[in-house]
Design a protein around this ligand. Sequence first.
Ligand code: ADP
Length: 374
Amino acid sequence: MSVTQQPILDALAKIASPRGVALTSANVLSAITVNDGKVFFSINVDAAEARAWESVRAQAEAAVRAIPGVSLAMIALTAERKPASSPPPHRPAQGVPPVSSHRPPQSPTSPMSKQSEIPGIAAVIAVASGKGGVGKSTTALNLALGLRDLGLRIGLLDADIYGPSVPRLTGIREKPELNDERKMIPIQRFGLAIMSIGFLVEEDTAMIWRGPMVMSAITQMLRDVAWGTLDILVVDMPPGTGDAQLTLAQNVPLKGAIIISTPQDLSLIDARRGLAMFRKVNVPVLGIVENMSFFQCPHCGTRSDIFGHGGARQEAERLAVPFLGEIPLHMSIRVTSDAGTPVVESEPDGPYAAIYRAIGEKVRDQLQGAIAAA
Ligand code: ADP
C-alpha cells in the first residue's frame, strides 16, 4: 500500500504541541519525505524548548508508525541554537551543528563515560578520515572482516550519511525488515551485521540528511537497530573533521577511533585534524592506517612508493599514537571493493586479507579490556 502525505498530516494534526496548538499548526515541521513506505521529517524548535518537545516527537513517531503501509518512521527533533550574542565555546555562533534530542546536549569535552552504552555491544569504534576518497569505507569493511576472522562478532554501521558506500561495497540491495519491537534488523552479509542509510533511501534522497537530521538519523541507526550481541561495532564515519563529525564523535559512545590516511602530505594534515578532533572529545585514537601506501605492480609485483610512502608511520610516531599498518594501492582491492566482494572475503588467503587481519589484531588487542568486561 503506498502512503501519501495526507494521512500523515491528519495523524499529526491530532497531536497537541507545547505551544498550545496542534503540531501541524506550530510551524515546526520540515518537509515530509515519504519513500516506499518510509517516512522522514524533522520537528525544528529552539534549543531551549527541546526538552518539552521530546514527548511530542515520540508521539508523532508512534502515530506515523501506526498508519497502514508505513514501514519506518524516522522523526528527528532538531534543536537549533539561535545565533547568540555570546556563542558557546568551541562553536561558531552561526551554523551550529544539530543537537539531537535523543540525548541532552553535551559540552565537547564531556567524558565519554557519561554516554550510555548500547546494550549488547561491547565496543563501538569509529573509522574516520580527514577527507573523502582515501579509502576509509574500503578499509572499514575489510577491517571488520579481518576482525571477524579473529573470531569476534562484528557489526558495521555506515554512518557516512552524505555518501553511503556500504551498499556498493557489499553488494547489498535488500532493505532491512522490522522486528516485533519495530527495530530494524541489520542485514547479515559475510558474517557481519550491517546497517547503512543507503539501505533505506535512494542515493539522491540521501541529500535530505544534510543539516540538522544527520545526528538524529545516526543515533537512530545506532539505537533503533536490533544489533544483537556484538564484540565490536565498526562505524564508518562521514569524511572530514567538521562540526557534524565532532557532534557525532561526542554523541556516539566510542571506545576508540582509527584514522585512515594516504601518504600524501595534505592527507596527513587532515589526519592530524582528525586526531585533534577525537582528543577534544576524549576518544582514544587506536591508531593510524596508511592506505594506498605504495603501489604494487599487478604484473611483476614490483613495489613503487608513488606517494612517498611511510609518512603516516612517521606521523604516528611523532604524535605518539599507534601505527596500525600500511595497505598497498592495488587493483585487487579496488576491483573487489567495487564489485561488492571485499578482498578479505574474496581472497581470504591472499596478502591483502593478511594485512587487514594484522591491523585487526592490533585493534582487538587494544579493545581486549572492553570485550572481556562485556
Ligand atoms: P572513502 O570512503 O575514503 O571515500 P572509498 O573506500 O570509497 O573511500 O575508496 C575510494 C576508491 O578507492 C574506491 O574506488 C576504492 O575501491 C578505492 N580504494 C580504496 N583503497 C584502495 C587500495 N588500497 N587500493 C586500491 N584501491 C583502493
